[in-house]
Design a protein around this ligand. Structure first.
Ligand SMILES: [Zn+2]
Length: 149
């Protein structure tokens, strides 16, 4: 006997919290309280990670030394989103960029704002724009905006 497939359509709202660890906490507190970027250095290879990582993914040793970084960087790559995913804090179209923070070795993923998406370019210099009200999460950085140097 053929039976029609039936579906329950629900919307699950699951509040939760997730401990970001001591390393992540220090990073977020720096953003929230001082608008400061802190990276962490691998004692073996010397790479500076921001956001900070507890362990160097290449050397597998604990990262130990914190270093204060500037709030500026260079766009290494980006994409323009033309579809809303329902959770993005930005209206479409919006730009997500990989930003190499000055003094760091890796890239930092965040929004690029205050710019027409058509004007965003690889190699563009950007500066963090902080939220007026910071609460201790990554969106304490509102976005990165182009700077003329
Ligand atoms: Zn290393």
């Amino acid at each position: 006997m053929d039976v029609e497939n039936m579906y329950y359509h629900g919307r699950i709202n699951v509040p939760y919290k997730w401990y970001v660890g001591a390393t992540g906490s220090r990073f977020l507190v720096g953003l929230r309280d001082g608008k400061e970027f802190w990276g962490i250095t691998c004692p073996k290879c010397g790479k500076v990670y921001v956001p900070p990582l507890k362990t160097c993914p290449e050397c597998f040793v604990p990262n130990e030394e914190w270093v204060r970084l500037a709030d500026t960087g260079t766009v290494e790559s980006f994409t323009v989103a033309h579809y809303s995913n329902g959770v993005s804090p930005s209206d479409i179209p919006y730009v997500l960029g990989l930003i190499k923070m000055d003094g760091a070795d890796g890239s930092f993923l965040h929004y690029i704002g205050d710019a027409d998406p058509a004007d965003v370019k690889v190699g563009m210099r950007v500066k963090a724009v902080f939220a007026d009200e910071r609460t201790g999460n990554i969106m304490d950085i509102k976005h990165f905006a182009p700077v003329n140097e």
